[in-house]
Design a binder for this molecule. Sequence first.
Ligand code: DGY
Length: 328
Amino acid sequence: MLKKRVFVTRKIPSEGLDIINQEFHTSVWPDEFPPSKEEIVDMATDCEGMVTLLSDPIGADVIDQLPNLKVIAQYAVGYDNIDVKYATQKGIIVTNTPGVLTETTADLTWALIMSASRRIVEADRYVREGHWKVAWGPELLLGSDVFGATIGIVGMGRIGRAVARRAAGFNMKILYTARSVQDRDSEVAEQLGAQRVDLNTLLKASEIVTLHVPLTSDTTHLIGKSELAMMKPGSILINTSRGPVVDEDALYQALLTKQLGAAGLDVFTEEPIRLDSPLLQLANVVLAPHIGSASTRTRSTMAKMCAENLHVALSGAKPPNIVNPEVL
Ligand code: DGY
C-alpha cells in the first residue's frame, strides 16, 4: 500500500522522527529557520499529515491551499499558531503534546524566579567582567527573598499547579487565578492551601507573579500598564507562557522606573526578540530564548507523542491528544 505523505516542518528528535519516517512518505524541512507560508504550502502539497511547531503560521490561508490535509500534529502544548476553528471546519484533526512538558516548564519557571529574585545573571556578569574587587560587600547585589514570599500564579492549569507544588517547598503563600472549573477545584490548590482570587487582588498582593495561561483573544495583553501599576513596588514578573500575554512596552516602562523589581522572560511578542529591543538594555531582566520545555528527555517524549498522535489520527482513529474532538 502506498504510504501517506507527511511534511515535518523541522527536524524533531529522532525518537519521534524515526517512527514518522518508517510509517509515512516523509519530507522534513532541512533548515533551522522556519519555512515561510509559501514554503509550507509548497512542501505540504499532497500531504495528509503535517507536524508543526509554534513558529509555523497555520492560518486559513495556508489550510485552504492544502486540500488533502487531514491531520496537523503540533509539536508543543500551545497551538495559538494554528487556526483551529478553521481547521475544524475543514475536517482537519489538530493534536498537541500536553502533560509531558509540565514539570520541565515549571522547572524553567523556577529558574527564572530564582535568577530574577537573586540577580544571578547580573552576579555572573559582575564576576566575569572583573567588577568583583572587594571580598564581601554588605550591600552587594541585594535581591529579594523567595522563601516565605507570596506568589501569584495566573492560570492554575497543569503548569501552574506544578509551579505551585514547588512554591510549597519555599513556604510561600500561594494565590492563583483559574478560569476553568476543573482548575478552580484543583486538589493541588487545596492541598497546598492556595487561595483563588481575582486577578487584581493577586497582582496587588503578590511579590512574584507568574503567568501560565494560553494565548487567546482574552489573554492578549492580560498584563498591561494598569495591571503592572497594581503590582507591588519591587515585585517580580515571570512569563513562560506566551509573549503577547504581556504588553512589552508597558513592561519595559515598569522595569525602567523600578515599579517592578525584575522580570524573568522566556517568551516575547516577537521571537526571536529583536536585538534593538530596549528590554535588552535593562539589567533587571533575565531573558531566555523560549526554552521552557527544553530538556533532552522532554523534547524526545514530545516527539514520540507527536508521532503517536499523527499515526493514530491518520489511521482513522481518535488520537490521544486531540485538540478539536468536535471534528470527529
Ligand atoms: C509549548 O509547548 O507550547 C511550549 O511553548 C514549547 O514547548
